[in-house]
Design a protein around this ligand. Structure first.
Ligand SMILES: Cc1cc2nc3c(=O)[nH]c(=O)nc-3n(C[C@H](O)[C@H](O)[C@H](O)COP(=O)(O)OP(=O)(O)OC[C@H]3O[C@@H](n4cnc5c(N)ncnc54)[C@H](O)[C@@H]3O)c2cc1C
Length: 497
């Protein structure tokens, strides 16, 4: 008799392996497929954010990850146009750990695959999925393995196959159809630092994007550069050249005695919502559904979190024998309930930042904000929390949260705008002239490309309105919940009396 798996998972990255572990532990027959043989490399910053550490703990893998990592960071250094402007700390006392570590994906993903296997999943490495075919009681998954074609059947298929997902395409989504970040990443050894560090570099030369240096206690670094683009703002620069330029100019000092390991590789992550995260007998998780955080680009935590939610819905679908898109869309609703406001806020910020015509404005803004943070620890906690992902991004648009943390002392605002604490009149004049020059440059760029910038303006407007609508709806629902809970409690008290 034909063997039918309950669930076939395509892709054994953090999303696929976690989902395989969650399902297998509950006795669901699970087949995990990956085109690669493990351990394998994956282009990534290798940074495990506090949220990722939280989810690895939930999965039961955090001890092994921390044991294999040779880093521990509670702060990060920010550089703007080559100048160090800030050392910002990760917020402490939140529901997430107050630190971050790095672990090469070759090691991390291998830990997670082993965890899936020991939980009971059947793993088939070296199996490239070529095609999905919907049959009356399942999906046929056609696989190429060792130059032979194999076919597996599953009641449900999970697309966990990353940014270029074949499963996502099979259900009608388009790849590279919105805001995306393309990156180049390389490894170096012998980096001149005395302990593990996070360094982030913002520079007019490669904005809208940033460079990163994640270096461990042995001086081994993951160095990369990421750049946001979409069809209206295509990447015009040769990213590998920008990367080499970044390494040789901005990192000259710390890489003086360093040596490159291998050749830098390119990768991408998209941040727009796909047309659908589910279809009949299919759910998408992690990068296959573009779920990475638009604020910091991290997607390991969301791959595991989405796997957890999808596993719950998969088990319900198996119990009810209902694999229709109508049933599976519970997963999309659950995900949206948890993240929609934060995702919309982050995506709006990224959409604002992706316009390269405004790069000087943004760079000045980052500099000014860094200065304000230095003067105000509450503001530092707030922005550090948003950027590291431990604080919901929606707080950026909540007037009460903003009022609570924004410095009210006008001297702090003034010092953020001027270049030195006690500026001389001539220096002030120079600054004013430079600001005017930048405004002129920006205006010329905007006017010389009116349609693209108009379209961008409309995009920002529609996203802002969408976010405001979502915020109002969310606030209304929470207020109604609070009122109903209050009523219920007072009714219960009255009854008890
Ligand atoms: C340059 C860069 C830097 C990043 N830095 C960070 C960071 O520091 N921290 C962070 O949290 N996130 C980072 N991210 C994002 C992070 O890498 C992803 O969000 C995360 O890997 C998503 O996990 P996933 O399991 O969904 O997909 P992936 O990790 O991409 O795994 C997909 C798996 O599917 C397999 N696969 C693909 N196609 C097929 C097929 N046809 N058949 C079978 N198998 C297939 C692949 O081999 C792969 O193993 C970065 C991304 C990039 C591009």
């Amino acid at each position: 008799m034909e063997h039918v798996f309950d669930v076939i998972i395509v892709g054994a990255g953090p999303g696929g392996s976690s989902m395989a572990a969650f399902l297998s532990r509950s006795g669901v027959s699970t087949l995990l497929l990956d085109k690669a043989c493990f351990p394998r490399d994956k282009v990534c910053g290798d940074g495990l954010t506090p949220k990722a550490i939280y989810w690895l703990d939930f999965l039961g893998c955090v001890n092994e990850v921390l044991n294999q990592s040779n880093s521990y960071c509670t702060q990060g250094d920010i550089f703007v146009n080559g100048e160090h402007v800030l050392t910002g700390k990760f917020p402490q006392n939140t529901s997430y750990p107050g630190f971050s570590v790095f672990l090469e994906r070759r090691k991390l993903d291998h830990i997670l695959v082993r965890n899936a296997i020991s939980s009971g999943a059947l793993f088939r490495p070296g199996s490239r999925v070529k095609k999905l075919q919907w049959a009356h009681n399942g999906i046929l998954v056609e696989v190429e393995s060792d130059n032979t074609h194999v076919c597996y059947k599953g009641k449900l298929v999970i697309g966990a196959d990353g940014a270029n997902s074949i499963v996502s395409r099979a259900i009608g989504n388009k790849i590279l159809n919105g805001t995306t970040a393309v990156s180049v990443r390389g490894y170096y050894k012998g980096v001149d630092v005395d302990r593990s560090q996070i360094q982030l570099y913002f520079n007019e030369r490669f904005f809208p994007g940033y460079g990163w240096v994640f270096v461990d206690n042995d001086g081994k670094a993951n160095i990369g550069i990421g750049y946001a683009f979409d069809k209206n703002f295509p990447v015009k620069k040769k990213l590998r050249k920008v990367f080499h330029d970044f390494v040789s100019r901005d990192l000259k000092k710390i890489l003086k005695h360093a040596e490159a390991i291998g050749i830098p590789k390119a990768g991408w992550t998209s941040f727009y919502k796909p047309r659908s995260m589910v279809a009949s007998r299919v759910m998408l998780i992690g990068d296959a559904a573009n779920l990475a955080d638009p604020v910091n680009g991290g997607g390991i935590h969301s791959a595991i979190e989405s796997a957890h939610l999808a596993a719950q819905v998969a088990m319900q679908a198996i119990a009810f024998g209902d694999f229709s898109s109508g049933f599976l869309c519970r997963y999309e609703s659950l995900w949206n309930e948890r993240t929609e406001m934060d995702w919309r806020t982050g995506e709006l910020l990224l959409s604002i930042a992706k316009n390269p015509n405004l790069r000087e404005v943004y760079i000045s803004l980052i500099k000014a904000v860094a200065k304000m943070i230095k003067e105000n620890p509450r503001f530092e906690q707030f922005l550090g929390g948003i950027f590291s992902g431990v604080m919901p991004a929606r707080k950026c648009i909540c007037p009460f949260s903003l009022l609570d943390v924004t410095p009210l002392d006008p001297r702090i605002w003034l010092s953020a705008l001027v270049s030195s604490p006690n500026p001389k009149p001539l220096a002030l004049l120079e600054q004013a002239v430079s600001a005017m020059q930048n405004t002129l440059k920006t205006t010329v760029r905007i006017v010389s490309n009116p349609m693209v910038n108009l379209y961008w303006g409309l995009e920002i407007l529609s996203k802002t309105l969408g976010l405001v609508g979502c915020y109002a709806n969310h606030e209304m629902v929470s207020s109604v919940n609070v009122i109903t809970r209050g009523w219920t409690r007072s009714l219960e008290t009255t009854k008890a009396l």
